[in-house]
Design a protein around this ligand. Sequence first.
Ligand SMILES: NC(=O)c1ccc[n+]([C@@H]2O[C@H](COP(=O)([O-])OP(=O)(O)OC[C@H]3O[C@@H](n4cnc5c(N)ncnc54)[C@H](O)[C@@H]3O)[C@@H](O)[C@H]2O)c1
Ligand SMILES: O=C(O)C[C@H](O)C(=O)O
Length: 358
Amino acid sequence: MQQSTDIHRRIAQISSHINPPINQQQQVEEGNLWRSDCRAKGGSPGFKVAILGAAGGIGQPLAMLMKMNPLVAVLHLYDVVNSPGVTADISHMDTGAVVRGFLGQNQLEDALTGMDLVIIPAGVPRKPGMTRDDLFNINAGIVKTISEGIAKCCPKAIVNLISNPVNSTVPIAAEVFKKAGTYDPRRLLGVTMLDVVRANTFVAEVLGLDPREVSIPVVGGHAGVTILPLLSQVKPACSFTKEETEYLTSRIQNGGTEVVEAKAGAGSATLSMAYAAVKFADACLRGLRGDAGVVECAFVPSQVTELPFFASRVRLGRSGVEEIYPLGPLNEYERVGLEKAKKELGGSIEKGVSFAKK
Ligand SMILES: NC(=O)c1ccc[n+]([C@@H]2O[C@H](COP(=O)([O-])OP(=O)(O)OC[C@H]3O[C@@H](n4cnc5c(N)ncnc54)[C@H](O)[C@@H]3O)[C@@H](O)[C@H]2O)c1
Ligand SMILES: O=C(O)C[C@H](O)C(=O)O
């Protein structure tokens, strides 16, 4: 008898850890956030998440990992091809989230309606010899259409934008939301998590540490010199030689190209990106749930520099980005890198804004 009471107490402790009770008033005020009432058939309480581009190289492993996330109650998988097969496959996993598939633009609105978080890896990837900006002509239109759908069907959703060139696609989404009258800068985030994941990995290799113990802020944007790792702010604190700094900065800035070349025409990073996207999406969901101290780097509408968008450390909360941290002290090498990054980033932002205003 005593043993059964202990088991019940233990289960209650575990479930209150996964789904902490939320103040009812707060739930009403925040409008849509923690859906303790949203138990879809067979599903568990949690958030509603859509992945757009779910049948792609990133989309498929991302869908699998989000299906494993206990914070997700409903998972919508949208693509213009192959989403029924991916949905059937993922839906057989015996985890809590209920999975629904959506195919083609006619179903975009159904895929988006009611979502708390929308993750967008839709669009073409690079081939060797291309820059991310070479993807602009195709991906800009895709992101514009998807953003129009979000403005119409789930204007309060948190948006995690992965499609490249991120330095331009995030400004495109912002312009679309402004035009629709739904813009909330706290809810639009360009995903730069893969740069942080790479920085942690490469720095850990140099230091001979476990990458899970290492943390490096990566600021600026998500292309070439706009990717600016702040090695002077590494945790645990340590110093690098000039050669180590140059090697690490270059490797982090060219991590995407390293994968594109190794894949030799078969696309760009997909598996590490899905891992990074899930790490980032999970942080957004923990913020929405009300967890304290959730801090990650992201490319967001910002006043940290004179540019209207910039990647830096942000604190995530119930309304998305609740605080944007300043860059902190930079060394001379980083100050020079920052000037280079801003110069390129300004042009990419402007390109996105003018496209969306056309
Ligand atoms: N932010 C980052 O760190 C990062 C990292 C890796 C890749 N990316 C970018 O992510 C994007 C996707 O990469 P991938 O390797 O998954 O490419 P992929 O070609 O394997 O998959 C893209 C998917 O998007 C779908 N798609 C195309 N048009 C669409 C539309 N209008 N609506 C919905 N879906 C649509 C395609 O059908 C395909 O399934 C690329 O632009 C790539 O450059 C960004
Ligand atoms: O490099 C690319 O084109 C994909 C992505 O932006 C990456 O950093 O891996």
